[in-house]
Write a protein that binds this ligand. Structure first.
Ligand code: G3P
Ligand code: MG
Length: 236
């Protein structure tokens, strides 16, 4: 089973920070997952929520602030005082962490709430600048974005994220088209996803933090999991 560290090593380090990505980069895992938004001055930043409130000392929406304004806040102390001083990373900084490692990087485009015009082009340009087109998976709950990635860069791996049930998953992803399917643990156990696995679809599952669930997913033929606890998942 392939293991991706979800938002970096987010079980032990503040999610989506360089500390979390450097810790993941030291592990013999398949890859890492991260979330991308766009700032008011068109910079790509790595953070999960549209707002910085939950994971920083500041308040407000990423889309309304410049990179410089976002960097005025602390993104580590909310998790633990040991990580005080972490700043919001750019996508370029995170790709730099993995430029010399064998890891795959799953870039999740967080355009499912706000539309970030040109997000796909900006991300693809950054990935190409890092010569990492062979090592990324670009995914989103926003299937328009997944489709645009496929049109702009057919050779790059794209994936459709699902939070609800689609009856014929395999047919649906063919229509986007997307190369893989990312689903929640509970959805992975349902008939439509089992049928997609039988039809040869690549399925990756978020967010799996117990060995019991890892083993169940291995049994049914899932390709990879996203986990906050990559070291625990490696022990199996
Ligand atoms: O990409 C897998 C997973 O990260 C999707 O959900 O909310 O953690 O970004 P979320
Ligand atoms: Mg994500």
């Amino acid at each position: 089973m392939k293991i991706y560290a979800h938002r970096g090593y987010s079980g032990r380090y503040p999610e989506n920070t360089l500390a979390a990505f450097k810790a993941a980069a030291r592990l013999p895992i398949h890859g890492v997952e991260l979330d991308v938004h766009v700032t008011a001055d068109q910079e790509l930043v790595v953070i999960h929520d549209e707002a910085i409130n939950r994971t920083s000392s500041g308040r407000g929406l990423v889309k309304d602030m410049t990179l410089q304004q976002l960097r005025a806040f602390d993104y580590g102390a909310w998790f633990h005082e040991d990580f005080a001083g972490e700043v919001i990373p750019t996508l370029a900084q995170v790709l730099d962490v993995f430029s010399g490692t064998p890891h795959q990087v799953n870039i999740e485009l967080k355009s499912d709430v706000f539309v970030y015009a040109g997000l796909e082009q900006l991300v693809l340009r950054e990935v190409e600048a890092h010569k990492m087109t062979e090592r990324v998976v670009i995914s989103s709950f926003d299937h328009e974005a997944v489709q645009r990635v496929g049109m702009l860069a057919p050779h790059v791996e794209n994936a459709a994220l699902f939070s609800t049930i689609v009856l014929d998953v395999a047919e649906y992803v063919k229509s986007i088209p997307a190369k893989a399917i990312h689903v929640s643990y509970h959805y992975a156990l349902r008939k439509p996803v089992r049928e997609a696995i039988n039809a040869g679809c690549v399925i990756r599952v978020y967010t799996v933090n117990t060995l019991q669930r890892l083993n169940i997913l291995r049994e049914i033929g899932v390709d990879a999991i996203f986990t906050d606890e990559p070291e625990k998942m490696l022990s199996e």
